[in-house]
Design a protein around this ligand. Structure first.
Ligand code: UT7
Length: 335
């Protein structure tokens, strides 16, 4: 059995910045409301024609991660692509990234676990590396969500939060088992699947049926979120799964070098921080600049924390996520 470790990180966000003031022009909302309830000041949205899609943003982030890892695309054994906004309904975007990287034949697998997608993908990569089946794995979280949001007042509880972007890491076999991913903790509970979902079109109601009905009240093709319900579950599950990771590794909460929570809502991250009595230096947030980028939020934040020198050899890193499904999870990494 081998440990896996992260040896290269990269991120890409579209250039187009959408501020809260920009949203005020389209939606009945305010900068004060958005900042107070979510912490978001601005987010990035792709612009039609700028060449950005989920796959191309993922490719740009991956190129940086590969260069930093000093791994050539041909040396990859597996690509794992976490996204809820693949370029196409099918195939997934992993194969598109593979082609952009100019390689063929290594498996490229999409992981559909929404906000927990990157955590699930890291855990999956870890398992393939642990058993010795694969050595070098590219793990991506990427989203192009802006085009699918209801940018009217009707959709304001969702559209003000979400943003576009991509993050990627290269994982490889660690030289020894005292470093790298020490434990991963994954959970799902489908009971509340619809509380944060996009259900139309679906296999029981295809696009042509929605079009034939032509119902102006039908908003099933926009994401739906029961905000307060999701918020309450998120706080509980974040705390549970981080505690599970601490128990498995034997780390004390004071020993956490950096906690990178999925950037769902700054208030959620702050409540988790208070629950574990962590200092500001122990928790990394960047939601104020990018909003909630779903599967991309953790790899973008992880990359920025690393670029800022907050993660060095010896740092104890905790990744934790909660989101649609419901799904949640944590990864404990000894850097
Ligand atoms: O990433 C996956 C996991 N996602 C999450 O963890 C998100 C969890 N939920 C949340 O972050 C919060 O529930 C939201 C930020 C989505 C909403 O905040 P909230 O404090 O729960 O607001 P609410 O939905 O209960 O709405 C309160 C009021 C409502 O008005 P009334 O009915 O009291 O008159 C909403 O219509 O705020 C109104 N509202 C807004 N007002 C201005 C909702 N969205 C907006 C908005 N601007 N953007």
């Amino acid at each position: 059995m081998y440990n896996s470790k992260i040896i290269g990180l990269g991120k890409y966000v579209p250039e187009n910045i959408v501020t809260n003031a920009d949203l005020e022009k389209k939606i009945d909302t305010s900068d004060a409301w958005i900042q107070e309830r979510t912490g978001v000041k601005e987010r990035r949205h792709v612009v039609k024609g700028d060449g950005n899609t989920t796959a191309t943003m993922a490719y740009k982030a991956s190129k940086i991660a590969l260069e930093r890892a000093q791994i050539k695309p041909e040396e990859l054994d597996l690509i794992l692509m976490a996204t809820l906004s693949p370029d196409y309904y099918f195939p997934g975007s992993g194969v598109l990234v593979q082609t952009l990287l100019g390689i063929a034949e290594c498996p490229a697998m999409d992981i559909r676990m929404q906000c927990s997608g990157f955590v699930y993908a890291v855990a999956t990569a870890d398992q393939f590396i642990k058993t010795g089946m694969y050595k070098n794995v590219l793990v991506i979280g990427a989203e192009q969500q802006s085009g699918g949001l209801d940018m009217t007042t009707r959709g304001r509880n969702i559209s003000v939060i979400f943003g576009d972007g991509a993050g990627a890491v290269v994982m490889t076999r660690a030289e020894n088992n005292s470093v790298g991913v020490l434990s991963s903790h994954l959970h799902s509970d489908g009971e509340h699947a619809k509380e944060l979902s996009l259900i139309g079109p679906n296999t029981n109601r295809w696009v042509h049926e929605i079009m034939a009905e032509n119902d102006p009240e039908d908003i099933s093709y926009y994401p739906y979120m029961n905000g307060q319900f999701v918020f309450k579950h998120a706080i509980t599950r974040f705390a549970e799964v981080i505690q599970e990771g601490l128990d498995a590794t034997g780390w004390k909460k004071e020993e956490i070098g950096i906690l990178i929570p999925h950037q769902a809502n700054l208030r959620i991250a702050q409540m988790v921080q208070r629950k574990f009595q962590l200092s500001d230096a122990q928790v990394f947030n960047n939601i104020e600049r990018y909003g909630n980028t779903t599967a991309a939020s953790i790899p973008i934040a992880l990359t920025e924390a690393w670029e800022e020198g907050k993660i060095v050899s010896g740092t104890k890193v905790v990744l934790a996520a909660f989101g649609s499904g419901f799904t949640w999870g944590a990864i404990m990494i000894q850097w």
